[in-house]
Design a protein. Structure first.
Length: 208
């Protein structure tokens, strides 16, 4: 896609969603890390309800590790995939205690070394908690950027690579939120509301 079209799309998204920001509630990088792990295949609203309870007593790696796998599973049960998620949260917490003195590391490469932390989680924590430049590719970002033609990929890795190439680095984190908002509000997975979409002029899917 030509740069001019990319700029027009980003400009329109910025106009549509000036308030674009993460919907997950967190107060520290560690809370964000746990919330992002819980958010896989789960709504942010549900995660916020679960973490409101969980973080009352367990919002640091040290206090999280006071819980057994089974105890943590009870807290996070309603988020789905609770066994894996509990195991990931506990392994990441152990790693943070043992290798990073109890603090979530700030560097992207270090975040990715934490057990249970993949590329998407590392990107969100790196950009949202530490102000780094990264585009985390979730289901909305994947769908909307492929439809618009900002990316052409059938894996999150390829889509992230395409977006990194198409979008100026300083806008990566913003673009991540814009694409999520557009996916939630207009470019729905089953029935995209193309008729009312102000991006249709530049959208590959619409203009096919
Ligand atoms: S025109 Fe349709 S497919 Fe394209 S971004 Fe808008 S809603 Fe999505």
């Amino acid at each position: 896609m030509e740069q001019q079209k990319v700029n027009l799309i980003l400009g329109e998204l910025a106009k549509l969603y000036p308030e674009a920001a993460p919907a997950l509630k967190y107060r520290t990088p560690y809370e964000l890390l746990v919330a992002v792990i819980l958010s896989a295949q789960c709504t942010d609203e549900r995660v916020n309800k679960v973490t409101a309870e969980l973080f009352k007593k367990h919002n640091t790696p040290r206090t999280m590790l006071e819980l057994t796998q089974e105890e943590l599973e009870k807290y996070i049960f309603s988020c789905g995939f609770y066994r894996n998620k509990a195991a990931h949260i506990l392994s990441a917490s152990r790693d943070i205690m043992e290798r990073y003195g109890g603090e979530v590391p700030k560097e992207h490469a270090e975040l990715k070394t934490l057990a249970g932390v993949g590329q998407k989680t590392a990107n969100v924590v790196y950009s949202v908690a530490f102000g780094g430049d990264a585009i985390a590719v979730d289901t909305h970002v994947f769908r909307v950027s492929n439809r618009l033609g900002l990316a052409h990929g059938n894996t999150p890795e390829k889509v992230e690579k395409d977006l990194n190439a198409a979008i100026p680095k300083e806008l990566w984190s913003k673009a991540h939120h814009y694409l999520i908002y557009h996916g939630r509000r207009v470019c729905h997975s089953q029935k995209p509301d193309c008729k009312n979409c102000t991006l249709k002029e530049w959208c590959e899917y619409y203009n096919k």
